[in-house]
Ligand binder design. Structure first.
Ligand SMILES: C[S@@+](CC[C@H](N)C(=O)[O-])C[C@H]1O[C@@H](n2cnc3c(N)ncnc32)[C@H](O)[C@@H]1O
Length: 512
């Protein structure tokens, strides 16, 4: 019981204390950066590793403030510092909550050059919600995340991101630097936010660290180092494989109001950015695989709960998931998806008449379907799905998985005379013919297209390939580069005509 309580507390406060060895390596690196702080602030100091290492490496420091919510950690930090002998600097270690500290007062008491150093808690608001903790900032709608993210329930954020956004703001207008351990994705978001809000950063660097070695955590983590400039800002961040590396692996940055994963590649290929000629789509979202995904057997279909059911074919479609797309969809689809609508919002009551056994099956599992949390299903016809439209039923598609760490576009053709549908982990564009699909896949799988997409993809993201990235490539500009412009133009003419017909189709379905 005591162990469970201890683990819960560790999770709630993201409590992974930094080993002194790592804290020293970080300070040694900061020394090489030329930092000479006279004030140190550790806003979640824990047992004080960073404070001790900073005192060793920066002998000119005369003011140190460390804060932590855990009184036991504060006691341990205090006694470790006492053991160092009479301090040459003024050191205040305080037991306080980051979210209620009067930071302007703390910051006023520290003279420049200031170094904000540390390792904020590694925990997300979703994890805190699960364990019923309120170790959170006041504002529940973090950074005003709204729109589709909030609707689909994706508005999850790291507590450290919130803290780091604050900490980087503290540097504004000062001669100051920040050095923090955090998840690599968090470091990027924090820089993005700082660049977007016009903060002047003189230099930004990310050094990958082996989180499993130091913290036993299987996450992509790094040291983020950022320093301020009182004049013009710089919008690049150099990335290094480790704290010891002196040559960069890549430089990402902020260009044309968004993050670019590789600024050199971007400069080379930015002329290919432009109009979305073929519309990129997401697969169908249903959030209920147990009911909506079935395997075909001799005697019927078996659903995700192992139940053998007898359904009409009308609403069943062969399907591919991300793993099928990534592993080669020349295989036969192993699953079938029950798709009760042809378009978002279509009335589902007609299923009762058209396919009574399917209707009875949906009724029988209505509880599970009604319980789906995402608000996309709210105030929609019962058994609704999302991300469905005429495009879902196109016989030829060129698809990619959003989750796989590979730029590999696959042609998906029909199976058993039915279109193969995709789930919402995949993106695709539609084609009218096999020839067209193979031609578009050839363009998208060309080295130039891959180089172009690579300038935007951050491979450590959970879903590295997004529809926003796919939409950036102007296929016509790419075809021109590859000497295939005329063929594409022919296909595009037919595509545009077909697209107009599809719009008419959608209107007629919703009107019926
Ligand atoms: C990842 S640990 C790192 C500790 C220390 N910075 C280090 O590097 O060893 C995160 C620390 O954040 C502290 N913490 C969590 N929530 C906090 C809050 N709301 N206010 C202040 N400290 C907090 C935890 O107690 C824990 O010591």
């Amino acid at each position: 019981m005591a162990v469970i309580k201890k683990n819960k507390k560790k999770a709630e406060f993201g409590d992974f204390q930094t080993p002194i060895k790592l804290a020293r390596e970080v300070c040694s690196l900061l020394l090489q950066h030329g930092l000479e702080p006279v004030s140190i602030l550790e806003p979640t100091c824990g047992k004080g590793s960073f404070i001790m290492a900073a005192l060793e490496f920066f002998p000119d420091v005369h003011n140190v403030i460390g804060i932590d919510i855990n009184s036991e950690h504060i006691r341990v930090a205090g006694s470790a510092l006492n053991k160092l002998g009479p301090p040459s600097a003024s050191i205040q270690i305080m037991n306080k909550d980051f979210f209620t500290v009067d930071w302007s007062c703390v910051l006023e008491s520290l003279t420049d050059p200031l170094l904000v150093i540390g390792n904020p808690p590694w925990v997300t608001n979703a994890e805190l919600g699960r364990i019923g903790s309120c170790n959170l900032p006041d504002k529940s709608n973090f950074q005003n995340r709204r729109g589709i993210d909030a609707i689909t329930g994706k508005s999850n954020f790291d507590i450290s991101e919130w803290m780091l956004n604050k900490a980087i703001e503290w540097l504004n207008g000062r001669q100051a630097a920040l050095a923090m351990l955090c998840k690599t994705a968090v470091a990027r978001k924090v820089l993005h936010q700082a660049w977007k809000s016009g903060q002047h950063l003189k230099r930004s660097d990310i050094y990958h660290i082996d989180a499993s070695r130091y913290f036993g955590a299987a996450v992509d983590a790094c040291l983020l180092v950022a320093s301020t400039s009182l004049s013009n800002g710089n919008f690049d961040c150099r990335v290094y494989d480790s704290l010891k590396d002196t040559s960069t692996t890549v430089t990402f940055g902020y260009r044309q109001e968004r993050l670019v994963a590789d600024v050199t590649g971007f400069e080379r290929w930015k002329h290919l950015e432009g109009k979305e000629r073929y519309k990129w789509r997401s697969g169908i979202k249903h959030d209920c695989a147990k009911v909506m995904e079935l395997r075909k057997e001799i005697d019927g279909y078996r659903n995700g709960s192992g139940e053998l059911v007898d359904l009409e074919d009308d609403y069943l479609y062969p399907m591919f998931k991300s793993s099928d797309i990534a592993n080669g969809c020349d295989l036969q689809p192993a699953r079938w998806m029950l798709v009760p609508q042809r378009i978002v919002g279509e009335n589902t009551r007609q299923i009762r008449k058209l396919a009574p056994r399917t209707w009875e099956y949906l009724q029988r599992h209505a509880q599970l379907l009604d319980r789906r949390a995402s608000s996309v299903y709210r105030e929609r016809p019962r058994f609704s799905v999302f991300g469905v439209g005429d495009y879902s039923f196109a016989h030829w598609k060129v698809a990619i998985s959003g989750f796989y760490k590979k730029l590999d576009f696959k042609v998906v053709g029909p199976y058993a005379e039915k279109p193969v549908v995709l789930d919402d982990t995949c993106y695709f564009l539609t084609c009218q013919t096999k020839k067209e699909a193979f031609f578009i896949a050839e363009l998208l799988n060309s080295d130039i297209a891959k180089d172009f997409f690579s300038t935007f993809v951050f491979w450590d993201e959970k879903r590295p390939i997004t529809v926003n990235i796919l939409r950036r490539l102007d296929l016509l500009a790419l075809a021109r580069e590859l000497g295939m412009e005329e063929t594409l133009k022919d296909f595009l003419r037919q595509y545009t005509q077909n697209h107009e017909q599809q719009l008419l189709f959608s209107e007629s379905v919703l009107g019926s």
